[in-house]
Structures are given as structure tokens and as C-alpha cells.
Design a protein around this ligand. Sequence first.
Ligand SMILES: [Cu+2]
Length: 476
Amino acid sequence: MHIGRRSFLLGAGAALAWAGAPAPARTAPAAAALVETGRIVERHLVAAERPVRVPRDGGPTVQTWTFDDDPLPVIRLQRGDRLRVRVENRLAQLLSIHWHGIRVPNAMDGVPYLTQDPVPPGGSFAYDFVPPDTGTFFFHTHCNTIEQLGRGLVGVVIVEGDEAEPHDADLVCVLRDWRIDPATGAFTGFTSQAAAARAGTFGAVRTANDRVEPVMEVPAGGNVRLRILNVDPTRIAELGLEGAPAAVIAVDGNGLPPVLLESWRLGPAMRIDLSLRAPGPGEEAVLYDYFSAEPVPLLRLRGAGAARARGPFQPQPLIASDFAVPEIEKAETFRLTFQATAVASDLVLPDGQVLRFADSLCLSSATHWAINRKTWPEAGHQQLPPALFQLEKGRSYVIELVNASQFQHPIHLHGVTFQVLDPRQGAPGQRADTVLLGPRDRTRIAFVADNPGDWMLHCHIIEHQETGMMGWFRVA
Ligand SMILES: [Cu+2]
């Protein structure tokens, strides 16, 4: 089998240049308005230390911190259902839950001191909201995230109701590394000053659904939806699938015109949904990370059962949720520059404009990163700096994101789903909640500020976030 290292940037024109499929994908169904169903999905999560084998199938016992006896809880609900989650804190430190990518009311956003008091040891908190959009989301703590995420505190939320044509199987693939000694299961450390100032701390044990290169059975010859989530605090993967045709049908839970999967760069917190044609009985397709010189197999999909008689592979677009469309011409623009605190150099933008960073910042030993030269004053959230910017509720905004550093940064905004205006992976204008900036890269995002409150904005390489690359903005 040929395993090539592929170009990760597909032009928009490549989206429908589709080998092997005779008919182009149908046009996307009309966006659907939110209708509450009156149903309530209730979960009781207990954050606690639990001994879990990592990898799950036969690894050493690791003292993980998890939300549930199932170390990787998956909550599924239908669009319009109410989600009610009571979280109980049986750890010896503060916590809160952030619902990544879900446009929740501000009081439910789970950011300590900004939107709620953190949940103390022995305490509990009730989250209660109706997720407005379909898609693949996840939840994690927003306190001491380097350690809490590193020890395992994460879960998945899937809001269904976006398929015009159902798939034969709907599977979840959570990618994360474990910073453990593979022999003993002891944690090897979640951060260091040197790593935090660079690409971050990587884990030695790479897993999909907490297993090493697991085999998942899929209906042979059927249409399969594979929801891939990168919940690692550090690792940027470049994903490709060998042995089965596949298309990206959603980015961060948001449907887009199906894009042939060549390979896709997926930074921390980013998700893609694939629609793929499962291999025949007993045959396998393999999900690889091409980022390293030697591709790393992450997951195997094995065709099971009698082959389904399906027509040509023709992935269908999802039914989009109805978002307010930003008026780009009338939008006010803000620029956010992401930079290292210790570096003072000029940045030449693609249009020839030069941004000068002549003076460096006042440094503390634990601060390596900044946004617009402002760095969060400490690793926690307790000391709030002033807002980076304020937005008027209901107006359209364009934010220009400039990476003045040599490292990649997946930038995440709370409270909004934005459109990515400049061509990147997929098609310009697609919606996302996290956008990956390459070294010395820039892109523009746009959204309508329709969700009032105080919202975080940060890099999702957690060591960057917690050493300064975070800020907040107000919508009022
Ligand atoms: Cu970063």
C-alpha cells in the first residue's frame, strides 16, 4: 500500500474534484431553525481519581482523573433536547466544565471567575442548557487544565439531527496521548518551562479511544460516519485514511460541502467528521498521522458482516444549523497578534505590510506567550486582566489573527462559531470554533456577536494558554 506524505492544504477547487464518484454531492439542504423538543438528557458526572489501564486493553494501571466510571464518557442527544449535567468534584482541587464549541449561555460556559465560581473539592455544579447546534463537541475542565486534561478529564457531546440520509454506523474516535511511562503507568510530567515556550509537552503513548491502534468493526461496504476529535493538549496531527474513500463532512461539528480527504491537519481541540465507505468483509482501512516522517497508524476499521449493496460512494452534505450571517462589508475589524514574550522581531505580512515588535514584554518566569503584547498575569484565571476588546451585541465583526511566532497555535473563541474567511483547509467561509495558525501565518474570521457575555479567547495548546496566550472579550 502506498503511504505518501501529502500536501495538507487542499484548495477550495479540490473540494468536489472527486475521483471514482460519478455524480457530485447534492447541494446542502436548507439550514434548520432550533426547535426545542421538551426532552431532557440528564447526566451525573463525578470527577475523581480512578485507576484505569492505559492503553485500555492490557496497559499498566494509571491513576487517571475522569468524569465517570467510563473513562471517556460520550453524551448523545438530539438537537432541541435540554442537557442537564450535575458535576460533583471529588478531587482535591478546583474544577469547572467548559463545553467546547457549544454556543451556551454565558453562565454555563464553565470558566472560573469569568463566568462562575470554580467548584471546590466536595462541591457540585449543575449545567443546564439546550445546545443550539448539531455537531461533534467535547467538554473539559478549565482549571489547572495542563494537569486535569493531562490526567484524563474529558468527555464527548454529540448533538444529532444533521443527517438527511443516515449512515450505517456512527462512530467516535478520540485522539489523545498519555504522558506516562508505558512500562509502569506513572505520569512523566505535564509541562516544563522549555516545552511551554516551544511546541509543548508530548505524550509517549498515543491512543485512539484510549487504545493503541485499535480495530473497530464497521458494516462491510456500508457508509460510516467517523467523528474524530483531537483532545490532546499538545499534538497536531495530519490525518489521512488509507484503504477507504472518505470525505470531510464537518469541521468542529459544522457541516461543509464534502471535501475529499487527502490529509487534514487537526490541532488540539479541533474535530472533523468523516463520511467514508467501509471496506469489504475482513478488509481494513487505516487512519494515519502523516505528521511524522514515518506515518503513525492510529486506528483500523475492519469490514464486518456481509457486504452491503451500496451504489457509488457519494457523501451527502449535512443539514446546517441556522447561524446569523456576518455582514463583512459593515463589520468592524480587530487585529489580534499572537506572539512569544521573549522575541522582539518584525513580522512581514503576505501583503508586504511590516508589523514592528521592537520592544519586548516584561517577563515573568512562567509567562512565555502573549496576545497583542498582553499576557495573562498568572497561570490560573483568578486575576482577570482587562478585556482584549468589547463587541456590541448584534453587530458583525472581523478578527484578523496574526501569528508572529515560529510555532503553530490553534486559536479558540468561546461563545461564538465563526466563519473562516481566508482559504485554508476546506472551503473559505466554513464555520469553526478553533482555527490553526501556522508559523508566521495570518487569517481572518468573522461572526455576529449575538451571544452576550464575557468570553475566553486562547490558544488550545494548553501550555501556551496557561503561560500567557489567553484573553477575554465582552459582548454587550
Ligand atoms: Cu499556542
